[in-house]
Design a binder for this molecule. Structure first.
Ligand code: PEP
Ligand code: MG
Length: 556
């Protein structure tokens, strides 16, 4: 029977497909004692699970081929190691359940490997993965990590961390549904980057049964469970209609009366560039360089690797503007070699620019790599720092940029309310501002952007957030400098008009949102956008602000 659930739509479009759950970390099975007469049955269960996992690894290896096949086959061999199996049998014989015996036997083997030289120690992660797979199978819970599926699916997860999502195959993921997260969580950002529909903050998402067919409407936030054929056809037709209307919008971003608002793309690396170019991005407004650091949380990428990635992005926008954000590590993007492990409140701790000022060598390498990457390219390079709190922060960043000899404009992100409140003072040190409305909302409302329960306060339509945007844009205007928005607020077409009315000079967003924003902005004059902005700021709530802006723009 068809049922409807409602979450928060964060990435437009419709996805229809089967549910696959993102497996969570495998929990330690309880150390329960079993009766002697059950030992044989438990040993049989363990053997069956091991065989099934090994067969699955081999089958996936055959499909993948190449290097991946060798790794998966080696994992299958680990699973079936006779010594390990004998240890599992022994543990069951003295009273362990199958899952506990597997868990403990692997732990013993793991210790051996970890102390047996660099090569074998490097196999520990593979061994853990094999153990997790066998234990998950025995417990009847989803396999940990990204689902193993050869068919496209809708990914359902509690939330998605950047490290998880780096492993996703974008050709298989039709859409996302998450239980946690808000409009600015990483699941939402990633969904927009991939251009797949997404709904977040859906209570009970974890209870959707694996394999159930759902239709996700990323525009309205509706999830139709077991949709009828009629519903599917209706949703697909509406999505196709929206897409066709968008395809008609091209060219640079501007209001109906020609006030230019460059529409730029948010990218995480070279892989996101083709979609940005295809969407007609006029450049990059936010290059989140931390994605280059996520492959290996223990070491920074080499200067050469960075030069290569930066150059690929810079080359894609000849004569365009590319704004590179230096590493934003910490809080929801921790890196082992930089982020303190014992912070009681990481979002309020050493993150962003604070981390880089503590590790100037990391910042130096990034700036040097950028200087080398941009050499001889006809691109307008701009570099900005995340999490600038005050003028001293802005000065420290600008000094580091100058010392590196980099030819670029230096800017500050406004993500902390103090920077918005004293924007003119920050602008004494840097040449532009870029509003990171995701963190700005998080810190203005004391509402963690990863927590679904407070997503109401992450709504970028909150009038208090609009006030801080207005303060920053007015300060930049007074100083004759630019002030863009690169947070997710820019990707909401109606809000993009309001931001323009508040005086923001460019909008940067996931590539998939650009046509929607371009099309909507082109419908209204600057004066209408200004009236909508004033009406939104006069409201008392996010919903009130949205309704007020809508009423002005639709001429009600
Ligand atoms: C922001 O905070 O708005 C922003 C653009 O940075 P990130 O989402 O990467 O923290
Ligand atoms: Mg931020």
């Amino acid at each position: 029977m068809e049922t409807t659930l409602r979450g928060v739509g964060v990435s437009h479009g419709v996805a229809i497909g089967e549910v696959r759950h993102m497996g969570t970390a495998v929990l330690e099975p309880p150390a329960k004692q079993i009766a002697t007469e059950d030992a044989e049955r438990e040993q049989g269960r363990a053997r069956k699970a091991v065989e099934a996992v090994a067969a699955d690894l081999i089958a996936r290896g055959n499909l993948a081929g190449g290097e991946a096949q060798a790794v998966l086959e080696a994992q299958a061999m680990m699973a079936q190691d006779p010594e390990l199996m004998a240890d599992v049998d022994r543990r069951v014989a003295v009273g362990s359940t199958a899952e506990r015996a597997v868990y403990d036997a692997f732990a013993a083997y793991r210790e051996l490997l970890a102390g047996a030289g660099e090569y074998l120690a490097g196999r520990v992660a593979d061994l853990d993965d094999v153990r997790n797979r066998i234990v998950a199978r025995l417990l009847g819970v989803p396999m940990p990590g990204v689902p193993d599926s050869d068919h496209p699916y809708v990914l359902v997860a509690r939330d998605l961390a950047p490290a998880d999502t780096a492993l996703l195959d974008p050709t298989l993921v039709l859409g996302f549904v998450t239980e946690e997260g808000g409009p600015t969580s990483h699941s939402a950002i990633l969904a927009r980057a991939l251009g797949v529909p997404a709904v977040v903050a859906l209570p009970g998402a974890g209870e959707l049964a694996e394999g159930t067919v759902i239709a996700v409407d990323g525009s309205t936030g509706d999830i139709f469970v077991n949709p009828s054929d009629e519903k599917k056809a209706q949703l697909e037709a509406a999505a196709a209609e929206r897409k066709a209307a968008l395809a008609a919008s091209t060219g640079p971003g501007a209001t109906a009366d020609g006030h230019k608002v460059p529409l730029l793309a948010n990218v995480g690396g070279p892989a996101d560039v083709p979609a940005a170019v295809e969407a007609g991005a006029e450049g990059v407004g936010l290059f989140r360089t931390e994605f280059l650091f996520l492959d290996d949380s223990k070491n920074a990428p080499s200067e050469e690797k960075q030069v290569d990635a930066y150059r690929q992005v810079l080359e894609a926008f000849p004569e365009g503007r590319v704004v590179v954000r230096v590493l934003d590590a910490g809080a929801d993007k921790p890196l082992d070699f930089l982020t303190p492990a014992d912070e009681p409140n990481p979002a309020l701790g050493v993150r962003g620019l604070r981390t880089l000022l503590d590790h100037p060598e990391v910042l130096r390498t990034q700036l040097t790599a950028l200087a080398k990457a941009s050499e001889g390219l006809p691109v307008y390079l701009e570099v900005m720092a995340p999490m600038v709190a005050d003028r001293a922060d802005a000065k420290a960043f600008a000094d580091a940029c100058r010392a590196s000899g980099l030819q670029a404009k230096f800017g500050a992100m406004v993500e902390i309310p103090s920077a918005a409140l004293r924007a003119r003072s920050v602008l004494q040190e840097v040449e532009f501002l870029s509003l990171g409305t995701n963190d700005l909302a998080q810190y203005t409302f004391a509402a963690d952007r990863q927590v679904g329960a407070v997503s109401r306060l992450q709504d970028p339509w909150q009038p208090a957030l609009l006030d801080l945007v207005a303060l920053s844009a007015e300060a930049a205007k007074a100083e004759g400098k630019s002030c863009g928005v690169c947070g997710e607020a820019a990707s909401d077409p109606l809000l993009a008009c309001v931001l323009t009315g508040l005086g923001v000079t460019s909008l940067s967003m996931g590539a998939a949102s650009i046509p929607y924003v371009r099309g909507t902005l082109a419908k209204y004059t600057l004066a209408q956008c200004e009236r909508a902005a004033a009406a939104a700021r006069a409201a008392e709530s996010a919903e009130g602000a949205r309704n007020a802006a809508q009423a002005v723009l639709s001429g009600e």
